[in-house]
Every structure is written in C-alpha cells, then in structure tokens.
Design a protein around this ligand. Sequence first.
Ligand code: SAM
Length: 214
Amino acid sequence: MRLRNISGSRERIAQSPLVVHEPEKLRGRWQRRFGNAHPLRIEIGMGKGKFIHELAARNPGVNYIGIEKYSSVLLRALEKMDELPLSNLLFIRMDAEEITEVFGEGEVDRIYLNFSDPWPKERHARRRLPSAEFLARYERILKRGGVLEFKTDNKALFDFALGELPGAGWAIRALTFDLHHDGQMKTDNVTTEYEEKFSSQGNPIYKYVINRQH
Ligand code: SAM
C-alpha cells in the first residue's frame, strides 16, 4: 500500500509521541516503555492500522506495536489514534528487515502479517514477509512457543509461505483456505482494510497460525 506522498507526513510523524523514533534503543526494554509487564504483539506491514487499532482496543492487557515502512500510510494509523486514543499501542516507521535490531531475543509474544506485499518476481522472493529469511528473523524475536499469524487473499503467496515452513522449526497450529467460512477460525477474526476490500470482491482469505518450536 503506497498512498501518494502526503505533504508534511514525515514531519508529522517525526513530532508524534506515538511513533518511536530510535526503536533500537528500546531493544529488550519495551515493557519499560509501556510501563507494564504485559505481553508484546506486533503487526508487520500494518498499512493504515485498522487491524492493530481494533485489537488494541479489545485487549487492554496486551501491548501492541504497528510497524509500517511508509510515512504516508502510517499517518492514517495516527489519525485513528486521534479518534480513539489507546495507551497500549505504539508505532514504528521502519523496514522489517531490521526487526532483530529493534526487538530482543524472545521479547515478542505474537507477530501478525496481514496481506503482505506478494513480490511476485522470483528475484524478489526474499522480500516476501513470510519467506524463510524473514521467518529466521521472527524466530529470534519471538518467545519460545510464540505465535505467527499470516493471512492473505493471494493464493500464490500463501502457497509460497506454506512451502517455506518445513524444516524451519515451526509447527502449524491452524490452517484454512477460506477464513470467513471456517466456523472455528472466523471466531474473533479482526478484519484488515485489505481483507474487507478483497473479501467483498468474493476472494477467499487464506490463513495459517504457526508457532516456534525451539
Ligand atoms: N496489513 C494491511 C492490511 O491488511 O490492510 C496493509 C496491507 S498492504 C498490502 C502491505 C503493507 O505492508 C504496506 O503498507 C507496505 O508499505 C507494508 N510493508 C511492506 N513491506 C514492508 C517491510 N519490509 N517493512 C515494513 N512494512 C512493509
């Protein structure tokens, strides 16, 4: 998701107390930043932030961080916080490639990937957020038994993501090829902006829930 460059978005983000500007300085110390010992859950590539804002509102006993690469998109998530401020939600503008510099070993309880960019060209496969390269990074920051949830309407990306799992130290806990018609997995499903758009066009939504084995 790349909105047109919104003038002043970088400056507005630079001034926002909701955006953590040197996140690597808080590596291993995020609970202190939130001022409590609640578990930490992150969404990587959150876009305009509907999903993580709704999750944070529903679960005040969990800390959340939304990660997004582009200022123009992150700005939309900040606007949601103007409408409904939440003390358990912060944001970072960064490329997820640097995730292990920002979170310490085992510091994260759960990671969400929603409608990640597909990067269809083979030479860009390493940029796909559910790729083996990224899974190795997630494994370092997730606590033992920590969970990764991934959903998408892109069948090719989902097949690729499933193909990355064998031998990578993850166990599949739940899997569906049609989330919105899966009696169990649709319970408590929080939709994202992309999910609403694509499911309204009749696309099935694919989802896996996996957890760290080691
Ligand atoms: N998760 C949202 C949803 O489901 O509505 C947005 C989906 S959008 C297709 C993917 C988002 O991930 C974009 O906003 C993009 O900028 C962001 N993104 C892609 N690669 C990223 C990366 N390496 N680090 C951080 N954000 C990334």
